[in-house]
Design a binder for this molecule. Sequence first.
Ligand code: GCU
Length: 674
Amino acid sequence: MWLRYQPISNEQQLKTYRKQITQVVAQGDSATMQKAAAELQRCLSGLLAKPIASATKNPAKNALVIGTPNNSTLIAALGLNTELAALGDEGYLIAEQKINKRTALVIAANTDVGVLYGSFHFLHLLQTQQSLDNLNIGSAPKLQHRVVNHWDNLNRVEERGYAGLSLWDWGTLPDHKSERYEDYARINASLGINGTVLNNVNADPRILSDQFLEKIAALAYVFRPYRIKMYLSINYNSPPAFGDLETADPLDPRVQQWWKERTARVYKYIPDLGGYLVKANSEGQPGPQDYNRNHADGANMLAAGQKPFWLGVVFWRAFVYSPDIGDRFRSYDEFRPLDGKFADNVILQVKNGPIDFQPREPYSALFSAMEKTNMMMEFQVTQEYFGFATHLAYQGPLFEESLRTETYAKGEGSTIGNILEGKVFKTKRTGMAAVINPGTDRNWTGHPFVQSSWYAFGRMAWDHEISAETAAEEWLRMTFSNEQKFIDPMKELMMTSREAGVNYRSPLGLTHLYSQGDHYGPAPWTENSERPDWTAIYYHRAAKDGLGFNRTNTGSNAIAQYPAPLAKIYGDVNAVPEELLLWFHHVSWDHKMKSGRTLWEELVHKYYEGVEQVRAMQTAWDAQEAWVDAARFAQVKALLKVQERDAIIWRDSCVLYFQTYSGKLIPAGYEKPK
Ligand code: GCU
């Protein structure tokens, strides 16, 4: 991952850093402080290629002094109270100071975890070879809950996971604690991630059994010093599943009591449990609607069980949809009427788009519609719809596009990022989650570049204004090389990769053309299934007269879910961004596009462009052999070859299929479909 800590190869830089950091001085002795000091030791001796001294007092010249005003007399004596006051419970300050008249570098925070985060940031400065002169950096997270979600089943198979088996080796826990558990915690803490949901949202009720709680407690013990809170996906029907009650009706006092008792038991094992994540009444999962109650009834009942304990929250997922209406934009219809009805320790966890982690979607209209409800983002790092762990598809640009979308919910500046931060609707609890895919693969994520999306997610969860390009550059520098000749072309490759994935699969606002179930290859021709919304034709609506889903007021009118200024743009076939055209409009094959091409020609052009982009990625990668170790070079090269093969299959399948409706020739100049 990005914590490799290889010696700095630039001689001059190495000399300078060696002079600037002579010693690590840490006073506090909490588990978190110890981890911070140990990380600095480990990293500095790696990067500086020599052991680094440590001390608890009397800093030498150019010491690195870390601590809080509470655990360190050295930090307290600096009188940084005003600077620290602005940084909250998790922020930190990295600054050059004088201690006993000697120059020192200081990592100071209000809390131990702030020191830990500051330590990782400091290391990151060295890993990316930035100057340490006149340092004065203050940083604090913009969101409270920065959480990763695992879709890991208890038999260690990961739903939509493509990097081996689940990391959690239930068979040997709690006795054996694999070293990987701690490395996993370090990876997350290095980004400021402060929560993990261990198990699949399609939850096995046994997660709440004593047998599993004992194992989970062992993992929580490893994560605790890194201040990563444990959350569990629970099955809504747990009371009947445990054989205790015949109902899970949230308004039944026996059910309420069951959850209070079970939750109290969970807190006995994990006293600092973060809370529960719930997928209810979605894709066959049980939920309050099975008892004629609504989502708020269910969420609030669980949230009440959490309240006496610490700061427990319920993340209630909004991913619900149903085929029995004209449009799958169902979560809006179900949740909008419940705005203001959720308890204050419930946070609605909403996927970025209204459908399902597609290569491109408009934003989920819930974000701009739920003024009185805590809401958090759910992204996906796992490339369920982006070629699994086989294709290179850096997700940073997708996250950035989503977070920077202007919703106009309260006039200009109502971006998704600002809504999440609580700046637009003044909600109390904030957060961002991502489904990640690490497993037993040696490189954690299958394709080495999936790591970059995990990295970008973490950085943007800390600060949603960090750009995809910045995150890409940081990741490249820390993971591979600081060589500019490597960074520039690789950054370009990463920044193109998501759009390439859109182009060869579903350009211009097309969506969900996948073969049913596996979500890897194309099957735009799927017309029959048990549910209409599990066919591709449901989404693309190809016909002799044109292509696309009419969601304007002459169609499903889903655009009415968006704030008026945006609905106006999306509803106007000439104003809607072309990348979303077919999402909102059914358009004639001869429709004139901005390029001057017809819709048909543009569609063909985009599909071919996607394949060309993959080829350009191959050429760019092939030129990097000097900067990458042999194993990773060969792996990525081979995977890009597979990606080219798949991109051609996507292109040709889709172009030839849509041609059966358009009845038009493939314009001259494009290679023949295979
Ligand atoms: C998608 C995915 C499922 C997952 C679901 C969810 O539909 O294919 O595997 O369970 O999303 O997010 O709940």
